[in-house]
Design a protein around this ligand. Structure first.
Ligand code: G
Ligand code: MN
Length: 372
């Protein structure tokens, strides 16, 4: 991490100025927000390594900000800054995983030490190996390469439709499936491929299968998931990939992870893909690792709100506010917003009301072996 990015929320302008200067001198990049609403707009853009927030503010308070953070990110550390911590906010803070309280007035040393600790802790949490990887490591001795080969041989594509708000069919997302019992879950299959250095083979096979499905292309666009390493793999960029002949009908879904934030190569590759006619979707926005910020240069055509944000959005006002801010930001940038993972009519109602353009989820249609 070059310069950790701190979102600093406080309605006291003098305090913000002082704290900001301290942190900037300490090597941090600081974005100030003058109240909870401004903080939510910032969070919608994403890309922060730490949130430092005042607790008592008019409008949305620090606990509301923390809730908004947790609605999209389990790992982003939050530090509370307060003049008088009440028991109530302390309990809620612990419950929602706030890192620490700093008491105002804060000594410079205390502030810097706490911020450094919290940023490091957030970093550790993000680098935790995903559960799928641990599962695959357990299979090492039990014939993982053979299981992976069987999965490759039994690969198939499940198709899940995306609808416009008026109910008309807009596209299908191609979802990876295999019949190998040990590797049925896609995240586990992907972890196995990564472990075996065969992500390229897997992606290649998926894209070939997708390209061969005339029926899906007959009824709209086709969304295809990429893993970050696919962007380093030249097969997509050369004529060798049969999907390229259909690029104008394909939307490549990228889940943003650390490499993209580093900029450079990956971003250029995305530009190359767009020049070939592919459109780009930013997948799982709001899942924590995805943010709009590092995509500024790419400007995705579509953004897919993660299902964690959509889940119970009709019952959780904070999620509603967060999605409202995200939709606003996307529409300002000319980006089409997809709400995915819709399971209940209440969720659908709210995302429609908030202006999401396209809808996907079990409520509307489950993934199926045959496109609609
Ligand atoms: O990371 P990505 O968004 O591409 O993951 C899509 C996965 O989510 C697919 O495996 C798909 O089967 C699953 N999925 C699609 N719609 C829903 C839904 O409404 N609820 C849940 N829980 N999962 C869904
Ligand atoms: Mn996807």
């Amino acid at each position: 991490m070059s310069r950790p990015h701190v979102l600093l929320v406080d309605d006291d302008r003098d305090l913000v100025d002082v704290t900001r200067e301290l942190l900037e001198d300490g090597g941090y990049q600081v974005t100030p927000a003058a109240d909870g609403e401004a903080a939510l707009r910032e969070l919608a853009v994403g890309g922060h390594d730490l949130v430092v927030t005042d607790v008592g503010m008019p409008g949305l308070n620090g606990v509301d900000v923390l809730k908004a953070v947790r609605a999209r990110d389990h790992d982003l550390p939050v530090v509370f800054l307060t003049g008088n911590p009440s028991l109530e906010t302390a309990i809620e803070a612990v419950h929602l995983g706030a890192q620490r309280y700093l008491l105002k007035p804060v000594a410079a040393n205390d502030l810097l030490a706490t911020v450094a600790d919290a940023v490091a802790e957030g970093q550790r949490r993000r680098e935790r190996p995903p559960a799928a990887m641990l599962q695959v490591e357990g299979m090492e001795s039990a014939g993982l390469p053979q299981a992976f080969d069987r999965a490759m041989d039994s690969l198939w594509i499940a198709w899940q439709p995306l609808f416009r708000r008026d109910g008309s069919l807009f596209a299908h997302e191609a979802l990876l499936r295999s019949r190998e019992p040990a590797l049925v879950r896609p995240p586990v299959l992907l972890a196995a491929a990564e472990r075996l250095g065969r992500l390229g083979d897997l992606g290649d096979r998926v894209r070939r299968k997708v390209a061969a499905e005339d029926r899906a292309f007959g009824s709209g666009l086709v969304f295809v998931n990429l893993v970050p390493s696919d962007l380093r793999d030249l097969s997509l960029l050369t004529g060798r990939c049969p999907l390229t002949a259909r690029a104008g009908s394909v939307v490549l879904e990228i889940t943003e992870q650390a490499p993209l934030a580093e900029g450079g190569d990956v971003r250029e590759r995305l530009m190359d893909l767009r020049a070939m006619g592919y459109r780009i979707a930013l997948d799982d926005l709001g899942a924590g690792h995805s943010n709009l910020n590092s995509f500024a240069a790419v400007e995705p055509d579509f953004v897919k709100l993660d299902m964690a944000l959509v889940r119970d959005i009709d019952r959780e006002p904070i999620k509603r506010r967060l999605v409202r801010a995200m939709v606003e930001t996307c529409h300002d940038l000319g980006i089409t917003v997809v709400a995915e993972g819709l399971e209940r009519p209440g969720e659908r109602e709210v995302v429609e009301e908030l202006g999401c353009d396209l809808l996907q989820g079990f409520l509307l249609a489950r993934p199926a072996a045959v496109p609609l």
